[in-house]
Design a protein around this ligand. Structure first.
Ligand code: FE
Length: 229
């Protein structure tokens, strides 16, 4: 049975509970007992530390890196460069790892990155139906709602409905494509550059780019198009 809107909103942590509510960090769906995966990871970590194969301080550094040093601003810089540099944009759409490498970013080892361009006629939406695969290298850690079962299932079944609920209205004439991420292949959306931004610098453009727009659940908002989200 399809998840009701109320279930989805609750699982997502309250879409629209406040302005931009879905874009904020949300309450996790707690489990009484850690998942099998969590327990296995903990067991493996304890064993590796006990045998002296890994240093706990090194593990903390890696976690800290993804929690605090990498974030959506990196993805935003990539998007802004693509908006101002057609050659970079071509490379980004054809060979994303090579393009982001030019800006000093690299995919996490073993994963490939593909960038999907949103246009007037095409809207791309990213999900991981299996778990929470996400372009960490450019966006940091995924938001909790991205990992919710409601988003993972409904984004595929009813992408237009989900987008509408998130305040992202997609015209009937626009094709919606849903991309299911995997551990080997992650996706980043290149949002459409909003009208009226011709005079902005690359940094000013980057400041407009939100995490949600790079997942494909929001359009870029400016003071000019505020009403057209
Ligand atoms: Fe996943």
């Amino acid at each position: 049975m399809e998840t009701s809107r109320r279930d989805f909103l609750a699982a997502a942590g309250g879409v629209g509970a406040s302005s931009g509510g879905f874009g904020q960090e949300q309450t996790h769906e707690h489990q009484a007992v850690p998942s099998d995966t969590t327990l296995r990871v903990k067991a493996l970590e304890s064993l590796l530390v006990e045998k002296g194969i890994v240093d706990p301080a090194a593990l903390d550094k890696i976690v800290d890196y993804f929690e605090h040093k990498v974030g959506p601003r990196d993805g935003a810089r990539v998007v802004a460069r693509a908006w101002v540099d057609p050659e970079f944009k071509d490379l980004l759409l054809g060979d994303a790892p090579a393009a982001i490498g030019k800006l000093g970013y690299a995919s996490v080892r073993g994963e490939h990155l593909r960038v999907l361009e949103n246009t007037k006629m095409t809207h791309n939406l990213v999900v991981c139906t299996l778990c929470s695969c996400y372009p960490w290298a450019l966006l940091g850690l995924p938001p909790v709602w991205y990992k919710s079962s409601a988003y993972r299932s409904r984004a595929v079944i009813d992408p237009r409905g989900v987008l509408q609920e998130l305040g992202c209205t997609i015209g009937e004439d626009v094709e919606v494509h849903v991309w299911d991420s995997t551990a080997e292949l992650r996706y980043l959306v290149l949002p459409e550059r909003p009208a009226g931004t011709e005079g902005l610098s690359e940094d000013e453009l980057a400041a407009l780019v939100t995490r949600d727009s790079m997942i494909g659940v929001a359009k870029i908002r400016t003071s000019v198009n505020e009403a057209v989200r």
